[in-house]
Design a protein around this ligand. Structure first.
Ligand code: NAI
Length: 298
């Protein structure tokens, strides 16, 4: 693909292992919460990504099975499973990108804020370990409530003296994925060509899909835009209710997480013009964190 070609041209020639193209750099990706509903399909999708040379799968339980299973797939990356706090350091060491889908998901009737008490503690501990074992890694925060877990991560990194605002991302890609799908359906355009920026935050009405900026342009009525906006904002709840107590979005979230991590890897490898929406430290509004389009700058 053209993306791989540009990675080859820009990347440093040394260091590729076990991969036909000598010029694709080694990149280690760690998934924390890898045995979960999101973690397992995300591990699969990251195993399929040719930009990854090492894939570390960490969870408090069940990672040996996931790692053995995914590890049999004949793609570039070497897979290793790590289980329990004692192995967290090894899982994180030398990571370029750390993806965090660890923690409890919503059940019907819960808001993302209801997850705060449990997930805040999990995220704090994992981020303390990141600060210690891979302080330069890019962090992709999936654990909810993203509107709170990202600021928590920032505080942990500040305290450890490792905070780099350019390397901490709240993953809001699923909002973008949903907005694209719903817009394409309503506007009757090819979904593969659709772009919709989604700004704000990652909970209910803080999710702001900008259908006025969607491409390809379509002349949708105001009430259609209103309905699309509401469906995008309530997309997570739609899945939570359909799963009826068995959790929240996992497969579409894994897809979205894989897209976002791939963008981070491309950015790291020097691919130009990598732009994604993400919940980041921001000066766009008076809020300290805000999701908006973010172009990668090394
Ligand atoms: P799940 O319960 O299926 O999996 C969570 C995994 O995290 C489990 O395997 C569990 O053992 C593990 N875990 C718990 N404590 C841990 C720790 N200290 N270290 C490492 N792993 C730990 O949950 P699911 O469905 O995978 O969701 C995970 C998180 O992602 C939830 O917080 C959920 O709300 C969030 N989420 C975020 C979305 C987004 O758009 N950003 C969309 C959907 C879910």
């Amino acid at each position: 693909s053209s993306v791989l070609r540009s990675v080859k041209t820009l990347a440093k020639p040394a260091g590729a292992r076990g991969y036909s193209s000598e010029s694709v750099p080694d990149r280690k990706v760690a998934v924390l919460g890898a045995a979960g509903g999101i973690g397992q399909p995300l591990a699969l999708l990251m195993k399929l990504n040719p930009l990854v040379s090492r894939l570390a799968l960490y969870d408090i339980a069940n990672t040996p099975g996931v790692a053995a299973d995914v590890g049999h797939i004949n793609t570039r990356s070497e897979v290793a499973g790590y289980m329990g706090n004692d192995q967290l350091g090894q899982a994180l060491e030398d990571s370029d990108v750390v993806i965090i889908p660890a923690g409890v998901p919503r059940k019907p009737g819960m808001t993302r804020d209801d997850l705060f008490n449990i997930n805040a503690g999990i995220v704090k501990d994992l981020c303390s370990a990141i600060a210690k074992y891979c302080p330069n890694a890019i962090v992709n925060m999936i654990s909810n409530p993203v509107n709170s877990t990202v600021p928590i991560a920032a505080e942990v990194f500040k305290k450890a003296g490792t905070y780099n605002e350019k390397k901490l991302f709240g993953v809001t890609t699923l909002d973008v994925v949903r907005a694209k799908t719903f817009y394409a359906g309503k506007a009757n355009v090819n979904v593969a060509e659709v772009n919709v920026p989604v700004v704000g935050g990652h909970a209910g009405i803080t999710i702001l899909p900008l259908f006025s900026q969607a491409t390809p342009k379509a002349n949708l009525a105001d009430e259609d835009i209103k309905a699309l906006t509401k469906r995008t904002q309530d997309g997570g709840t739609e899945v939570v209710e359909a799963k009826a107590g068995k959790g929240s979005a996992t497969l579409s979230m894994a897809y979205a997480g894989a897209i976002f991590a791939d963008a981070c890897l491309k950015g790291l490898n020097g691919v130009p013009d990598v732009v994604e929406c993400s919940f980041v430290q921001s000066t766009v509004t008076e809020l300290p964190f805000f999701a908006s389009k973010r172009a990668w700058k090394n």
